[in-house]
Design a protein around this ligand. Structure first.
Ligand code: C2O
Ligand code: CU
Length: 488
């Protein structure tokens, strides 16, 4: 036992660099939460809804009187919330005014690979990229962020991220809180660390999971509170951190209702008091407040069992006060939540035509590092597959697939918990875990345009824990990725 402890201790010294962090009870909810504005759009003659995003550098005042150098879309930090309707044609004109190459990926969107903004679709400084597609999926909380190969963690940390909300006729008709910025709040959670006015993005001593900050922001607001005037509030939680996993709940552990996961509404609201989100994942929850009270959205230590590696290497013991909700003394009554919300459109795997296996191990997947010129997997349009993803790597990872939403069939051979029973595009795969996913590839066949799959701990993605797949017609072969867009 002594030898084992020594061995673990040695590992810990190499991996573990941050002491336990807690911001609980600091009581510093001093800033009214900023809600990102809804992006303006115009409608072209053919009905296409057109948005304009401009990536630019600037400074942001997070702390009184201190300007932090940041990047943002249209403003200096984060970006406006894009919003479109199922069936609608959209175009986003993305202008890169950063002075360095970057790009934008539409995380969770079902769209042609050429429009997806992977590492091959770089936007040169001063240039504009204008992808267009038709919204072909249910109402959901999606998001957008850069994806330059080897630099994604850096570009996201500087502030490039925003939400992309989708609606459909059914979601609009449901008795769910849906007044944006009133009873329906975007909650973009990021951990940060300051060195004076500047961000400190250091990884610490060989911190193999990437950057872990010592405090959190919501929508770019430090120490945020929000006054709410309705009995029920919908929070669209997005973990936009680059490495940290959160275990969200309230300070009194009150129950809330999970109404949506990454890819949209769940079939029926699920009561729970914690929801865990790894980087890139979303959850929509509805919480009830009482007149005049204050309640704090908190992140608790992770629920990853006794696993030493998961506890240590992801800040697993850390606790953060995320956002204080201040209920007005008189609240508008909210209708009871509907008993059913919709039908999941993700496959159950019964019609799967093949399975694939992915082993997550730093710095690759199935023993291979991302290579821009190599297609790793070729899938047939319109078919369903099961993908089994395993992590025995001694640190946490997660798994994100572009262009599809999937269903989690099992976690270590058991049915998934309620927070994983919806449409997903990203799933936490802590050490010692195997998840089995079912997905159907509906995107148009294009043997030369790859989609990505990767760990969404962005340092890991940058280090090569990413692969590429193409969707082809039956019998077609994969082509070559467009190398001309690679900048490194
Ligand atoms: Cu949110 Cu490939 O990423
Ligand atoms: Cu990883």
């Amino acid at each position: 036992a002594f030898v084992l402890a020594l061995a673990l201790g040695g590992g810990a010294a190499w991996f573990y660099s941050s002491a336990k962090v807690s911001t609980v009870g600091r009581g510093g909810f001093r800033n009214q939460l900023v809600v990102p504005p809804l992006a303006r759009s115009t409608v072209a003659a053919d009905g296409t809804r057109v948005f304009d995003l401009r990536m630019r550098a600037g400074t942001t005042e997070f702390k009184d009187g201190q300007e932090t150098p940041t990047w943002g879309f249209n403003g200096s930090y984060l970006g406006p919330t894009l919003r479109a309707e199922r069936g609608e044609k959209v175009q986003v004109r993305v202008r890169n005014a950063l002075g360095v190459p970057s790009n934008v990926h539409w995380h969770g969107m079902d769209l042609p690979a050429r429009m997806d903004g992977g590492p091959h679709r770089m936007i040169a400084p001063g240039k504009t990229w204008s992808p267009r597609w038709t919204i072909a999926q249910p109402a959901a909380t999606l998001w957008y962020h850069p994806h330059p190969h080897g630099e994604t963690e850096d570009h996201v940390q500087r502030g490039l991220a925003g939400m992309f909300l989708l609606d459909d006729a059914r979601s609009r008709a449901l008795a769910l809180p849906q007044r944006y910025g009133v009873d329906d709040l975007p909650v973009i959670v990021q951990d940060v660390k300051f060195d004076g006015a500047r961000f400190d993005h250091g990884h610490g001593v060989a911190q193999s999971v990437g950057f872990l900050g010592d405090r959190t922001m919501v929508n770019g607001t430090l120490d945020p509170y929000r006054v709410v005037g309705d009995e029920q509030v919908r929070l669209r939680l997005l973990n936009a951190s680059t490495a940290r996993t959160y275990n969200f709940g309230f300070d009194d552990s009150r129950a809330f209702s999970l109404v949506g996961t990454d890819g949209g509404l769940v079939e029926r609201p699920a009561r729970m008091d914690r929801v865990q989100l790894s980087p890139g994942e979303r959850a929509e929850i509805v919480v009830r407040v009482r007149p005049g009270e204050r309640t704090v959205l908190r992140s608790y230590p992770l629920d990853v069992g006794m696993d030493f590696f998961n506890q240590r290497f992801n800040g697993g013991d850390d606790t953060f006060d995320i956002l204080e909700l201040r209920a007005a003394s008189r609240l508008r009554p909210s209708p009871a939540l509907p008993a059913t919300l919709g039908k999941l459109e993700v496959p159950d795997g019964k019609d799967a035509v093949r399975g694939r296996f992915f082993d997550l191990k730093l710095s690759g997947i199935n023993g291979r590092k991302m290579a821009m010129g190599r297609i790793d997997e070729t899938v047939t349009r319109g078919t369903t597959e099961t993908w089994t993803v395993r992590n025995t790597n001694g640190m946490p990872h997660n798994f994100h697939v572009h262009g599809v939403q999937f269903r989690v069939l099992s976690v270590n051979g058991r049915p998934p918990g309620p927070a994983l029973r919806g449409a997903k595009d990203t799933v936490f795969v802590p050490n010692g875990t195997t998840v089995k996913l079912a997905m159907r590839f509906t995107g148009p066949a294009d043997p030369n345009a790859p989609y990505m799959f990767h760990c969404h701990l962005l340092l890991h993605e940058d280090q090569g824990m990413m692969g590429q797949f193409v969707v082809v017609e039956k019998g077609q072969k994969a082509g070559r990725p467009p190398m001309e867009h690679a900048h490194r």
